[in-house]
Design a protein around this ligand. Structure first.
Ligand code: C2O
Ligand code: CU
Length: 482
């Protein structure tokens, strides 16, 4: 798929060093008897990052604390985080704590929940980690470029009694569009990316490095926490010959299960916690393949088994995670709200096919149909400009709500709601198997997805597609909980 992926993948023994480096750079674990408050400093600034191996040069990126990803923040559930964010970029920024149910004023949305942090300025975020799980942080100001240039990092909240594993490993995935000189291509916000599938790159990294191999041992059990920090790339990871058990999605526990077809599908911003048992022979190796784009499958990394087995049988330790303190929506009593996504290239055609483009319908025809074909994105007929918006929905605080979402476009959209987790209750009228809690749900073209939540976090919350080019091109709204 890329001019870096393939040559880089022929070099052996790369990922082990890359991952060791990241581990060494991460912050100390909170641990037991951890202080009630943890303070960290995050500095957003340009820096050089070794994304691709030599002989390529380092890449000029935008980084938290000089690295891609930014420092791994580890908290104990119930601990408070104080993050002192300094902006050493030449433009305004903010930090959004993706998936964490924080008070509205700590949510990091410029102009809506806080003034943006000016160059040279600071902002102090402070909140409690209510839920254990795998989360991440990133700017919410011009995020298509700020995240696209490397500003993001993992945030892990540990359960008081996590399931036993041999190793707890975080893979933050990203997808970069690099020039042949390994520079970040400067064509952010171009019309084609915005009206199609977003900014797809040519170089996929794990923890900020093009990976080579990932060392494992026969008999080993790993909890693998995947975070998709890419602007636009959707992954469907095949761990060939291994059966990943999904134990959490978007940080929230789910009944342990092997995903459909064995593929771990992650849209931008989504996370999955996997239990992986490595049962192959010592000295063997298998690739991890991304199969999302049919005909464009590629090898992400090789799993390389060491010569010495750790044990001869897979452990039988329990894998179920304790539930987080989320309020259970009452579906029978829930208010229903219809949400339709439209626009993008070929969007007018999809709407006509779905019978949504009738004269006099909410979406209208004529001009609107033409605009849809030209590739701006809409939620319930409106394209957002900036973050300060009239609320598209008002949700009564404390009540249960169902959002019935229709994707009347030709593209996938990972739809994210701030401040809450929601249950995904149905797809195309069929109840979901696991009623999974998510904060970002991937909605396929023409698909209808129902989500349910208790609106228990007051404030104005962003609701948007996490393909950052779609968000920038209007696919965003505000939901008010009051
Ligand atoms: Cu991950 Cu509105 O953000
Ligand atoms: Cu989208």
């Amino acid at each position: 798929m890329s001019h870096f992926q393939m040559p880089a993948l022929s070099r052996r023994g790369f990922i082990a060093t890359a991952l060791a480096g990241t581990a060494a750079a991460s912050l100390p674990h909170a641990g037991r008897g951890a202080p009630a408050l943890r303070e960290i400093a995050l500095r957003a600034a340009p820096a050089r990052a070794r994304l691709v191996p030599e002989p390529y040069p380092e890449t000029a990126a935008w980084c938290y604390n000089g690295s891609v990803p930014g420092p791994e923040i580890r908290l104990m559930q119930g601990q408070r985080l104080r993050a002192i964010v300094e902006n050493a970029l030449a433009e305004e920024t903010t930090v959004h704590w993706h998936g964490l149910r924080v008070p509205n004023a700590m949510d990091g949305v410029p102009h809506l929940t806080q003034p943006p942090i000016a160059p040279g300025d600071r902002f102090v975020y402070e909140f409690e980690a209510l839920d254990a799980g795998t989360f991440w942080y990133h700017p919410h100001q011009r995020s298509f470029e700020q995240v696209g240039r490397g500003l993001y990092g993992p945030l892990i909240v540990e359960e008081p009694n996590p399931p036993r594993v041999d190793r707890d490993v975080v893979w933050v995935l990203d997808d970069w569009r690099l020039t042949p000189e390994a520079e970040i291509a400067g064509d952010f916000e171009n019309a084609h990316d915005m009206s199609h599938a977003g900014r797809l790159g040519n170089t996929v990294t794990i923890n900020g490095r093009v990976p080579e191999t990932f060392a494992v041992q026969t008999g080993e059990r790993i909890r693998l926490r995947l975070v998709n920090a890419a602007n636009a790339r959707i992954f469907a990871l095949d761990f060939e010959g291994h059966e990943p058990q999904v134990i959490a999605l978007d940080g929230q526990p789910v009944a342990p299960h092997v995903p459909e077809g064995g593929l771990v599908v992650l849209g931008p911003a989504m996370r999955a916690d996997l239990i992986l048992d490595f049962g192959q022979d010592p000295g063997s190796g298998t690739p991890v393949i991304d199969r999302f784009h049919r005909g464009n499958e590629y090898r992400l990394v090789d799993l390389a088994y060491g010569e010495t087995p750790l044990r001869s049988f897979a452990p039988d330790w329990p894998v179920t995670l304790p539930a987080n303190p989320l309020a259970e929506p009452d579906i029978a009593a829930a208010r229903r709200h219809e949400v339709t996504f439209s626009g993008g290239m070929m969007g007018g055609m999809v709407m006509r096919e779905m019978g949504l483009d009738q004269p006099g319908s909410a979406m209208g025809s004529g001009m609107m149909g033409m605009m849809h074909d030209q590739g701006i994105w809409f939620i319930n007929g409106k394209a957002a400009e900036g973050h300060v918006l009239e609320p598209m929905l008002m949700l009564e605080r404390g009540a249960s709500h169902v959002l019935a979402m229709t994707n009347a476009t030709a593209f996938h959209h990972p739809i994210h709601l701030h401040g809450h987790s929601f249950r995904v209750i149905s797809r195309n009228g069929q109840a979901t198997l696991h009623r999974e809690w998510q904060d970002t749900v991937l909605v396929a073209p023409r698909e209808r997805v129902e989500i349910a939540l208790v609106a228990d976090n007051p404030g104005d919350w962003m609701f948007h597609c996490h393909i950052l080019e779609h968000q920038a091109a209007g696919m965003m709204g505000v939901i008010r909980v009051a």
